[in-house]
Design a protein. Sequence first.
Length: 256
Amino acid sequence: MKKLLLYLICFPFCIVAQEISYFDGKAFLTYYNAEVEVSINLSKERQYGKYYIADIGIYNNTNQSFNFNPSDIKATIIRKGKAKEGEVLSHKEYMKKVKTSQTWQAIGKSIAEHSAAADAGKTTTNTSSSTYGSYSGSSRTNYSDNYGRNIGSSRSTGNFSGTSTTNSTSTTIDGGAQYMASQNADRNVKEFTKQQSNISNMLNQGYLKRNTLKNQDYIRGNINIKYRKADEIEIVVPVNGVDYIFLWDKDMLNEI
């Protein structure tokens, strides 16, 4: 399904013209003529941050080569009538964010796995014992004067009792179980790191990079724009000295 937007604005180095086509429910905005075709699909995803992801394709049919630099792509985010420049991440900037995030995730995974492994095979026993004791006794005291004559006596008695409690904790470790848990933790961390590496490679390969397009070459890749609430988004893609301007209005943004 296709529909052609009703506006077409041409300046010497600026063209706004977009045809909308849909593929699997996704809208692709396209400008094309006999020499160049530029298309964009915009989505909204969380990939080591929240971004608008512009999937850009460029076809060269100029019968000559030209350089394309995605760092020249600009975005403007319009919200409640106010326009702000969007933060468009270069390939280097985005992959740096991916690496930093994956490093911290790997550290957290390793700590969690090996902490659990350190507790494996441990058995803790708590013991409590109480002792009760009592004592009963008496004593007699005699009194005499300076001449040694008995002048009286006194008797005292006493009863004493008490309880003492002793608590103890003992831990035994099954070395075999702990070794197996440690090995399993190592495997889990390695598998996690491998998965992270696969994701990083996929993002790296899919990100739009600087290229020289020879005649009839086609490139396609993503660029990320830091997410911000928007009513409209304007994306400018410079190709072979011409700025191609793509506009996403509120209704289109609601579909992504």
